[in-house]
Design a protein around this ligand. Sequence first.
Ligand SMILES: [Zn+2]
Length: 199
Amino acid sequence: MAQLYFYYSAMNAGKSTSLLQSSYNYNERGMRTLVFTAEIDTRFEKGKVKSRIGLSADALLFSQQTDIGELIRNENNQAKVHCVLIDECHFLTKVQIEQLCKVTDYDDIPVLCYGLRTDFRGELFSGSQYLLAWADKLVELKTICHCGRKANRTLRLDSEGVVICDGEQVDIGGNEKYVSVCRKHYMDAVCEVKKSSNM
Ligand SMILES: [Zn+2]
């Protein structure tokens, strides 16, 4: 039986690298994979998953309107798909996670989703919320804070390096930067901002 996996982490834990390695392992054995990434992610050229250590692969794009289940089924009808790998899966909607559950259960194709657990405010993304609820396997990919503890929060910084506490959940393509930190250093940074804005 195929399973639905959610590989989650804060920013810069090597999610794309891990995805590309898994896809490579399938391909090496002559098996076909489908790789997806979010249309919203404009960091790299469209239609590619790229890792920070230099690996890359072509990818299909999904937006929040994409019927991802139908797309996978069509591809599978043309040539057997052995595994589906989705980068930036936190951008998926509840409906799309339901579609992926069906691909896993009815089409018996393993689906591996890679994404962030929470946004810079510490709130769940829609995709992450339903993957945490419904995935068969939850796997945390770890990265570390500057203090050496596990980083499970993401700070959003403006172009001057000042911490931003409010704003839209998605702001890819802005001049913001994201830094992964532990919960304590996230709290410290956010409290510092709140203190100085009260003065
Ligand atoms: Zn820390």
